[in-house]
Design a binder for this molecule. Structure first.
Ligand SMILES: [Zn+2]
Length: 480
């Protein structure tokens, strides 16, 4: 006998068995060969037609069940890759080790690591439907994409001419009772300031901003949380108006898609006491503007050992950029002002080898608004003598005024739970944007089980909601 199954006894058994099976297969982004081989072997064993490609995307087709032959085909879709995060004290090799599943109070998690419920839940649901001979559905195209978490390269690289359906249920959302029906597109910009450092005459200080709440640079952008890079640059700008200050280095943020929580700078000053007083005064003014979530805000000033610094002029160019770069909510959806339409977020700054490089991520569900923000940032960079480059652009998914799959979702949710579901637009990327652009004429919703703290070692999935979402998908298929 093999190891005892953690999810033995949960119903429907096949759904939980598939989830447990795939949890044993390492599948971080870029490492999807193993899970693709598993999916292809499943298709072989069940006699289903399948396609795979060099990226390890997998498409498995299942014919319509009796009576559904004349219905248009339906695409089910999710990504096979997962974010690999672990607690520092946990020994886990994401290239070799399976996840150690654990159930606690009706929630499934993995010991010390991400669970990969995002988006293993989708993989298990698709397998359970493909393997269920009694399920009622139109012809199915189950699409397992790769590298969603690192830029949607799988959805981008797949040959979508193989796909016949235009009705899609994406299974990559995290809140039961809520269907996502629109998402933002975006791009990543690098703004590069080259400047030569010169020897420092006076004293050097290190100024650090910490304790801010941060958050997702799209989904949390409307919350008004402070950006650590902009906050520190503002403190330095206001200080520089009162006493000479030159920048040696500026480093903050870790990810382009997160609101930075920390930033520090080394600066050269002529009057140390005055600089310290001005920095403290600016920090005090700013602390009065912050939202409650940012109550942990702190500014620390220490002696530093920087031996060179940029000229006063180059310092002004860099601080001017941080003062003027579009940041935060830029526009709201016309006629639906509760929905953020466009935003921009400065995510990272690094000083290295004579260059200070800012990373900024503009987003919009409307392509023309995304163009506008990119143009503004590029113009500003040009005026300040910096080089701006935008890469990794991905399309948004615009809200469709009429959608059959959305109507079917709302009706099926009412039928299976007795409650009313809601629809939402998310201000972040989903593969639906990329796929919609490739397919043309797509009608889609994105749904999923109750997943919390995704992309962290605290990721967990509520087991009842997993079974309920699976039942909902089956009900939707029977109505489509
Ligand atoms: Zn996901």
């Amino acid at each position: 006998m093999g190891q005892k199954r953690v999810l033995a006894g949960y119903e429907p058994a096949a759904l939980f068995e598939y989830f447990e099976d795939i949890s044993a297969i390492p599948r971080g982004s870029g490492n999807e060969a193993g899970i693709a081989a598993y999916l292809c072997a499943f298709a072989e064993k069940t006699g289903l037609e399948y396609h795979t490609d060099a990226l390890h995307n997998v498409l498995i087709r299942k014919p319509a069940s009796p009576g559904f032959e004349a219905h248009p085909p339906v695409i089910l879709q999710g990504h096979t890759d997962m974010v690999c995060e672990k607690n520092a004290d946990v020994a886990h090799d994401f290239l070799r080790d399976g996840l150690r599943l654990r159930v606690d109070g009706g929630w499934l998690s993995a010991e010390g690591t991400t669970l990969g419920g995002d988006d293993g839940a989708a993989v298990a649901m698709m397998l359970a439907i493909l393997g269920d001979e009694k399920a009622e559905h139109p012809a199915l195209e189950c699409m397992f994409t790769v590298q969603e978490e690192t830029g949607m390269d799988g959805a981008n690289g797949f040959d979508w001419s193989l796909v016949r359906g235009r009705t899609m249920i994406n299974l990559d959302s995290e809140t039961p009772g809520v269907a996502t029906v629109s998402c933002a597109g975006g791009a990543t910009g690098s703004i590069r300031f080259s400047a030569e450092a010169q020897p420092v005459g006076g004293r050097a200080l290190r100024v650090s901003v910490a304790g801010l709440a941060g958050g997702h640079s799209g989904a949390d952008i409307h919350l008004g949380r402070a950006n650590a890079i902009l906050t520190l640059c503002r403190i330095l700008s206001e200080t520089a108006e009162k006493t000479p200050l030159r920048l040696s280095s500026l480093n903050g943020g870790n990810k382009s898609n997160a609101i930075p929580r920390e930033c520090d700078a080394e600066i050269a000053v002529e009057d140390e006491a005055e600089a310290r007083a001005q920095i403290a005064a600016a920090a005090e003014r700013i602390s009065n503007e912050l939202c409650a979530a940012d109550a942990g805000f702190s500014v620390k000033i220490e002696e530093a050992s920087a031996e060179d610094a940029l000229s006063a002029k180059d310092t002004r160019r860099i601080l001017a950029f941080a003062s003027l770069v579009p940041n935060g909510v830029q526009s709201r959806t016309p006629d639906a002002p509760e929905l953020v339409e466009s935003s921009s977020s400065l995510g990272v700054v690094r000083t290295e080898a004579g260059e200070t490089v800012f990373t900024v991520m503009p987003r919009s569900s409307a392509e023309s608004r995304l163009d506008l923000i990119i143009r503004k940032i590029s113009l500003l960079a040009g005026l300040l003598g910096a080089q701006a480059d935008f890469v990794d652009r991905y399309p948004g998914w615009e809200y469709a005024p009429a959608s059959r799959v959305r109507d079917v979702y709302l009706a099926a949710y009412r039928e299976t739970t007795g409650a009313e579901a809601r629809v939402e637009a998310i201000h972040a990327g989903l593969e639906c944007g990329v796929i919609g652009q490739k397919l043309g004429g797509m009608d889609a919703v994105s749904i999923g089980p109750d997943l919390r703290d995704i992309h962290t070692p605290d990721e967990r999935m509520q087991l009842d909601s997993f079974a309920e979402t699976f039942a909902l998908v089956k009900r939707m298929l029977a109505m489509l």
